[in-house]
Every structure is written in C-alpha cells, then in structure tokens.
Ligand binder design. Sequence first.
Ligand code: NAD
Ligand code: TYD
Length: 351
Amino acid sequence: MNFKRTILITGGAGFIGSHLVQLLLKKYPDYHIVNLDKLTYAGNLENLKEVEHLPNYSFERGDIVDADFLAGLFEKYQFDGIIHLAAESHVDRSISNPMSFIETNIVGTVSLLNAAKHFWGDNFQEKIFYHVSTDEVYGSLGEEGFFTETTSYDPRSPYSASKASSDHLVRAYYHTYGLPILISNCSNNYGPYQFPEKLIPLMINNINKDKALPVYGDGKYTRDWLWVEDHAEAIDLIFHKGKIGQTYNIGGNNEWKNIDLVKALCQIMDELLGKEKGSSEQLITFVKDRPGHDRRYAIDASKLKNELGWEPKIQAEEGLKMTAQWYLENTDWLERVTSGAYQDYYNEMYG
Ligand code: NAD
Ligand code: TYD
C-alpha cells in the first residue's frame, strides 16, 4: 500500500502514546503509523487491541537507546515524521532509580535525534521531529503565576531534569543542524489506560478495593489536569500546524490541590459503587512526603489557543467521572496490569 506519510511514534504502547496512536490511525487512514516501544512495565499492547489489525499500523519492539536498531528501522520504514513520547515517566521511580531516566530520556532522545539527522541527511523538507515533554521542566510555582513557553527551566526531580535535558538537546539539534523540530510541554494527564502508579488511577483502584488512599505531605500540592484525549488532539494539531522550531505549552486550565482531587474521586466512587456518602473519604491517609516535591504546576496555554485555536474540550467533572467509570468497567485490564499478566500479551500476539 502507498501511504501519504510514514510516522514513527515512540512509546505508543504507553498511556498517552496509545491514545495518540488510536487517534492518528483512525483520523489518517492514508498515514502509516509505526509504533516503536520497548514494552517496559509501562508499555501495554492491550491498550491497542482495538486498532492493531488496521492495515496502516505496524508495531516494532525495540529500545530508542539502541542506535543500530534505529538505523535499521529508519531504513525499513523511511519515516518522514517522528512523534517522540517514549520515556521513563514516573517521578517516584526517578527518585529510587535515576539511571534508567538518564538512559531513556536523555541518551535515547539523542539516539533518535542522530538517527533522524543521519537518515534525513540534508533534506529536511516536509520532515518533522516532534518531542513530547512535560511542564515539570519549569520547576515549581508558588500560589500565583503560570508557566509560559519562556519560563526558565528549573527542574527538581531526576525525571524532570532528564526531560529538561532532552528538551535542550532537541533545541540544540534545531539550532546547530537545522533539524526541523517541535516541542510541547504538557501538564498532568488523566483518563483510561493510565498505569495505576499515578495519582488518579491509584486512588480509584484503592477506593474500589477499600484500601488506604496515600496522600503525600499536607495534600496541598497542586497540579493542572488534562483529559488525555485532549492532549492527543493538541499533539495532532501541533504536528500538522505548529511552526518549526517552536515550543507550545498544553494545559487543562484545571488546577486541583491533591487532597481536593482525592475527595472529588471519593465522592464520584461513592455514587458509582452505591456506597454511603462520605464513606470512601475515610480511607484517606496522609503519608510521608515525596522528596523535592514540587508545590504547584499551572500552565498558560494561550499561545496554543491564539496561534492554533486549541482548547481542552473535556471539563474536570465529566473527565473524572468517565475515568472512574472506565476503571470500574475494565477491572480485567487493571487486574492484568497489577498482576503483571499484561506482559505476556506481546508473546501471545507477536511470538
Ligand atoms: P508511560 O510511562 O505511560 O509510557 C511510556 C512508554 O514508553 C511505555 O510504553 C514504555 O514501554 C516506552 N518506553 C520506555 N522506555 C523506552 C525505551 N528505552 N525505548 C522505547 N520505548 C520505551 O508515559 P506517558 O504518561 O504516556 O508519557 C508519555 C510522554 O509524555 C513522556 O515523554 C512523558 O514525559 C510525557 N508527558 C507525560 C505526562 C503525563 O501526565 N503522563 C504529562 C506531560 C508529558
Ligand atoms: P503523579 O501522578 O505521580 O504525577 P506528578 O508527580 O508527575 O505530578 O502525582 C500527582 C500528585 O499527586 C503529586 O503532587 C504527588 C501526589 N501523589 C500523592 O499524594 N499520592 C500518591 O500515591 C501519588 C502516586 C501521588
């Protein structure tokens, strides 16, 4: 089949990547979407069951750190676009094991930049290297203010420092070699298929199992939450309409203190589970704080709105309810993720 474009998505079996792969496959049947994923603990091909049979989809298992593997992959598929999401993504894991973050997020990103630069040679026409990043690179805000695209970088966890480093390297390849890049920095995502080590799925899962709800520190840490499909749509828009060399902030305009968010989830779950009002809240337990815990993140996404017309579509009330409902309706998925059984799926499907 002759495709209009061939796009490499790295990390397409992860939480955000799997939503993006689904969106692009359905929206652009004339694009060949190649998903490259190492299938770490966070990569789950079951997230893509619905689309893996499509003729414009290919999956390749591999490591972005491996330069030889990447060279072969570029030869095989002749990519003209890359959307790079593969990363180690959990702050708590970065505190206990920083090296895997350095390897994948920094070395892996440079391997991918080198592969694109080498393969594309001097012909960067119609090519795009899009790097997906986080608002955590900007550090921590006080009670007031927002992160804009010109806020100075001030990362404080090994995770955010590794993402900041990768952002700098992507920009360096633009300025030094003229590689056509785009970067976006997004706030916290939530929705279906998120690995249950992150706040929202962890709380939903624990409420459902009548387990303690561990809130770090005083619970007044603030995050700006975005429905994951809104993020996928923003990435699609920036990939197609963004100005080369530019950075775009993506945010939900939806700030919550952790404790208020957990209480809202308790209320939603009480309703969905038919439990007495207020009963899930009794599971809340304040626990030892995360070291170097960033106090507040909040995004000013006005550049993306003014230049490309993007705004989040799903409001918190609706999004949180849909998320809770999804986890309750997909207890099999959750069981397989928590037991590790999902990792057999690759062998079942791909041998
Ligand atoms: P995730 O942890 O759910 O998924 C990461 C994926 O990358 C997994 O499928 C994993 O198997 C794959 N991967 C890891 N190391 C790899 C390697 N060396 N080679 C190939 N594949 C590898 O992460 P996510 O939450 O979907 O985040 C995706 C991207 O978006 C990351 O770059 C992250 O920094 C960024 N981001 C995430 C959020 C968020 O709230 N989750 C917010 C802003 C930006
Ligand atoms: P998380 O989902 O890990 O995302 P990030 O650290 O990238 O923002 O955590 C979101 C917030 O919730 C953060 O302030 C840490 C807090 N948190 C808890 O209070 N308890 C938990 O069990 C987890 C996982 C997070």
